[in-house]
Structures are given as C-alpha cells and as structure tokens.
Write a protein that binds this ligand. Structure first.
Ligand code: SAM
Length: 245
C-alpha cells in the first residue's frame, strides 16, 4: 500500500483526480466569488472584514470601490509590489492550467468553461495588482497562526482556500491554532471555505479538531451550505461565532 501511495504521489496524482498543485497557489478570486462562497449578505458587507489569506484576490479592491471596509493579510505581501503584481497574474495562469488538467473535478456553473476561468482569474489578479500599488496599506504582511492585529479588530474574518485545502502540508496543530487566531482578531465571526482538500484527502477529522479547538475558547460553530461549488464537493463553509466580549 505504501509503495502504491508513493507511486501515485510520484506520478503527480491525487485521490481527488487533480494533479499535485505544487507550491501553495497565490490565487486570485473575485469579489463575486467571495460573495458566493461566503453567502455574504448586505448586512455582512456593511461590517469591517479581514480577508485571511487575501492572496491575489480582488475582494479588497472591489469591496473598496463599493465603499466597504476590507483589509487583506498574507505572508506574500512582504514581497515587492511590482513583483507581486506580475506574480499574481502568472499564478492565475498556473492555477488555470491546474484546473484545466482535470476539468471533470469541477462544476462549471460559476465559470462557463476553462477560458472563462482564465479570463476572470487573470482579471482579478490584475485588479489586485493595481489596488496593491494604489492602496498598499490595505495589504498587510502576516502569517497564520500569528496575525499582526489586536484582539477583536474586525467584525468578520473570511478565510478562503488555505485551511483544509492544503491539508496535505498543514497539520492539525496548525489548523487549530490558525482558527483560534482568526477567532481572536474577530469581533463577531469567522467563515472558512471550503472544507475539502485539493488533494482529495479526508478532512473530516481536521474539521472536527478545529471545531473542538475554537469551542474550547468559548466559540460556537456550524457547518453551513454555500451557494458556490467549483471544486466538486466544496459546497460548505465552517462558521465560527465568537462570544461577545
Ligand atoms: C490559494 S491562496 C487563497 C487566496 C485567496 N483567499 C483566494 O481565495 O483567492 C492561499 C494563500 O495562502 C497564503 N498562505 C500560505 N501560508 C499562509 C499562512 N501561514 N498564513 C496566511 N496565509 C498563508 C498564500 O500566500 C496564498 O496567497
């Protein structure tokens, strides 16, 4: 069995049917994707929001254009802005190739096809790059599980495509510590999407461990359906409600 697993890995295959993503992608989801993934309501969007990790998403940029208050945090923001703007677009292309190598692993409702995916993700990356140059203070360099913010700094923390998604390289201890840290900087709630891994590994135990970890800190949790499903099976979010202080 071990030799079989090893040969799967060396052949670049995962149980999900997707090839190995390689280094953690700095992906570029759009405002519309965030609204759909996290089922954001008008009331949610009137709150102060932390995008953690922001990656090359255009959520903060597009939110600002709508008068919203969004800060993004990611370790990659320590990089020079010009390099990062170019890297964001290159990563959108890399992510599109990854998706295109296994189109049947995805649900083609949000995106019409692989070309639409490329166009929308590169557009989001370009929007991110322009906003990074125009409003650098929105993009804070920082890493989970230790964020550079005071307790209860934001009403809502949104976390897309880091926890659970990279369960092949981020262990249980990291997941629990990262969720507790996001709850620390949130005044109201944390939403994490999706609850599946890119590699197709079972994330059930990890989700349970994260729920137990934040519950021990006084939070309550729920798993809620998301109206957005792109990677097959990725149609739920974890909602962590922070106790009032
Ligand atoms: C797949 S991207 C998701 C970006 C964005 N949320 C989106 O959905 O498009 C994952 C991001 O996690 C960031 N990352 C990696 N390790 C991290 C850590 N320890 N803490 C916070 N972010 C991290 C990477 O730099 C990368 O930008």
């Amino acid at each position: 069995m071990a030799a079989f697993t090893l040969s799967l890995v060396s052949a670049g295959q995962n149980p999900s049917g997707l090839p190995d993503i390689g280094r953690t992608l700095v992906s570029a989801r759009s405002f519309d994707e965030y609204v759909a993934m996290f089922a954001l309501t008008d009331e949610d969007m009137s709150r102060s929001i932390l995008d953690c990790p922001g990656g090359a998403a255009s959520f903060a940029a597009e939110a600002h254009a709508r008068g919203m208050s969004v800060v993004a945090v990611d370790p990659v923001y320590a990089a020079p802005a010009q390099w990062l703007a170019e890297h964001a677009v290159a990563e959108a292309v890399r992510g599109n190739r990854h998706t295109g190598s296994s189109v049947d692993s995805f649900v083609w409702t949000f995106f019409t096809d692989i070309t639409d995916h490329l166009n929308r993700r590169t557009a989001a990356a370009a929007t991110f790059g322009r906003d990074l140059a125009a409003r650098p203070s929105t993009y804070v360099a920082g890493s989970l599980p230790r964020l550079p913010f005071r307790n209860a700094s934001f009403d809502i923390v949104l976390s897309s495509h880091l926890l659970f998604m990279y369960a092949d390289r981020l262990d249980q201890e990291f997941h629990v510590a990262a969720a507790c840290e996001m709850a620390r900087v949130a005044r109201r709630e944390v939403r994490v999407f999706p609850l599946i891994s890119d590699a197709g590994t079972d994330t059930g135990e990890l989700v349970d461990a994260v729920r137990d970890g934040v519950t021990a800190r006084g939070c309550t949790t729920a798993i809620r359906p998301s109206p957005y499903e792109f990677q097959k099976g990725g149609d739920e979010m974890l909602v962590i409600v922070v106790p009032e202080t």
